[in-house]
Design a protein around this ligand. Structure first.
Ligand code: ZN
Length: 352
């Protein structure tokens, strides 16, 4: 068990999060309210019931929650509110920077009014208020769901290219990996990359090393999850040599059955092999976790020291899809905060 001092150290550490889904981060109580506004009937009627329903049970239930959330995330205002609340929750955990993935409805197959323009308006407005009120910087990555047709994903790529900037920084792929390899969407990746979008694809979660290789082949700079790369020592070496960053979410992997327990999770193996692993929360309320809690897991289940946790936090800063100058400034801010946490006078502070 971690000491109270260790827990408080982890809580106060500055953090950056590279892999968290907008739709998977809605507060259960907010979903209840949005549902009432939009006339959506859920299998719960109060905040406690919503919280209970949100808790991960099994994969089919997880999909039910996701679809349930999508039913109530319809307008720009809904998205603005959710982003604002994500920022508020982040500030409480000392998260200074976040890259949030979002998956709007497809205009070619619109099953919801949450079309890309509607969503982008809302998340940009939310991010501005989060910056003003909490000083948390947010950026967004568009993740079409990979069960969509090649034409739909290509449409998203073109839209993303046309709307890059003002918080929209990247493009990826979410959803079911099985039978949906990224190379099917090569045209989309070529298009967004040429326009300057940064790319991170989900891979190596429900499909093995071949999925990670395919993601790298379409130009994925980081890998969402990527943990199953561990099954192929040659790939592990390649990831380490190339410095490819994995966005790992241990609790999500346990909940979704990628690994039966933390003891069998390869976070430390990948780390020891020299792979740049970062830690992320993925869908925090659904997996009953937070980014802070994932750091607690690293300490408690994987035996990482305070110094190592700081190093892992800095990795996320170094891997952020930010312009060099901003990334360096953020890094300096983190290093100064770690020094202060460790009782070291930051350089240049004039301390004795
Ligand atoms: Zn994810």
């Amino acid at each position: 068990m971690l000491s109270q001092e260790d827990r408080s150290f982890i809580a106060r550490m500055p953090k950056a999060e590279l892999h968290v889904h907008l739709e998977g981060s809605v507060r259960p109580a907010t979903l209840l309210e949005l549902g009432k506004q939009h006339g959506v009937v859920y299998p719960f009627t109060d905040a406690a019931g919503a919280l209970e329903w949100f808790r991960f049970r099994d994969f089919p239930h997880f999909i039910d929650i996701y679809l349930g959330v999508m039913q109530s995330l319809l307008t720009s205002e809904d998205h603005e509110r959710v982003v604002y609340e994500i920022g508020e929750d982040a500030a409480r955990q000392n998260i200074r920077y976040m890259e949030i993935t979002f998956s709007p409805a497809s205009p070619l197959n619109p099953r919801s009014s949450a079309l890309p323009d509607v969503v982008l308006r809302g998340i940009r407005a939310g991010a501005r208020r989060v910056w003003q009120d909490f000083g948390v910087q947010m950026a967004f990555i568009l993740d079409p769901v990979r069960t969509r047709t090649e034409e739909e994903v290509y449409w998203f790529a073109r839209w993303c290219a046309d709307n890059l900037g003002d918080g929209l920084i990247g493009f990826g792929l979410g959803g079911t990996e099985v039978d949906n390899p990224p190379q099917r969407y090569q045209r989309a990746f070529d298009w967004v990359r040429a326009a300057g979008a940064r790319v991170s694809v989900h891979a190596g979660e429900t499909v093995g090393p071949e999925s990670v290789r395919a993601a790298l082949a379409v130009g994925s700079e980081r890998i969402g999850h990527g943990v199953r790369a561990v099954e192929d020592p040659e790939l592990v070496r390649e990831l380490a040599d190339r410095g490819v960053v994995l966005e790992v979410s241990p609790t999500s992997n346990i909940c979704l059955g990628v690994y039966p327990s933390y003891a069998e999770h390869p976070f430390r193996d990948l780390h020891e092999a020299g792979v740049t692993v970062t830690v992320n929360s993925d869908d925090p309320p659904m997996f009953n976790t937070t980014l802070t809690n994932e750091y607690v897991v690293l300490a408690e289940q994987f035996g990482f020291s305070r110094a190592e946790l700081c190093e892992i936090s800095l990795r996320a800063v170094d891997a952020a899809f930010l312009p060099d100058e901003q990334r360096r400034a953020l890094r300096a801010e983190f290093v100064a905060a770690f020094q202060q946490l460790n009782g070291v006078e930051p350089e240049g502070s004039g301390g004795a």
